[in-house]
Design a protein around this ligand. Sequence first.
Ligand SMILES: [Fe+2]
Length: 378
Amino acid sequence: MSADLDCSGPVSAISLAAAAGGADLLFRQLFDASTGTFTYLLADVTSREGVLIDPVFEQHGRDLSLIQELGITLVASLDTHAHADHVTGSWLMHEATGSAIGLSAAARAENVTRPLRHGDRVMFGNRFMEVRSTPGHTDGCITFVLDDHTLAFTGDALLVRGCGRCDFQQGNAHTLWRSITGQILTLPDSCLLYPGHDYTGRMVSSVAEEKAFNARLGGNASERDFVGHMQNMKLPHPHRIAEALPGNLRSGKPRAPLARPAWAPVSRSYAGLPELAPAWVAAHRSELTILDVRSREELQGPDGHIGGSLTIPLPELEARLADIPADRPVVVVCHSGSRSALATQQLLKAGLSEVANLRGGLSRWTDEGYPLAGATAL
Ligand SMILES: [Fe+2]
């Protein structure tokens, strides 16, 4: 079956001001549990332009669906450095949205479309990120500082009560001391600091806190104290470094082309559900089982159904799995896409692989002008 009709684009945009809690800047902190990596999404509410900081390759589907559901135009995907513990999702995001790939020019990575240098500004709508060079963990580390100095994204230069290691990737503890004390802790005390990683549930800090309590350089610690600490840590190498570093020096572009989904342009919603757009389902209807899981009353009522649907009310689904033809993909439908979402999860759990929810249900199907037949005989 052809998967060439791309119907997986952005869904209709909601109010970004509402999603931002009434502020003029939307801010989301996302987390990859397997590597302890934070990813940050910021968007200017008025223009809907945004930037993504430190995306993770394996979380691309999650990040893209959030950007699409919020109706954000991604200007750039930015990395604080060439990571050693995970591969960046920047190239995938560039392919999906056309966003620039921003990384320090000092990292000398391939596929970077926006090489960054100290003092650069990355604009998104009426806002910008100021680029500060903060080497020491790597020689290409940068910190992104929001235009009004209320937020800074420090990557691995400064972590909550800690900092990035300095024992490989051109690391240098003296350099890191100068970066942190000269470029980060000189920001206002109230500037919130968002790290590249945390492994113990600490999400955010502030300049005032790190000046006072950072275990390596806070309080009365001198450069000599800091360097003495950093040079004696004896840490094991990150276990994914052999894969991650070469991947990041290609900005996350895979060595081989990624396999497209075999049967359909399935997108994954931010809720984590495989979905298909009505246009693709309508164009491939004859090759699919359309499974309608509404109640008997609805199925026999005046609302209509997609012609040729298989009808199994949701409460009966688990007991009637054998009624679903095994030789073709299944698209699950209900009125709004809510009950069919649960049915989709049940079918995936039961072992079906080619199954997806109809995005927006029959409600969106009819809104987009696709036809319904009359009441269903059960
Ligand atoms: Fe790092």
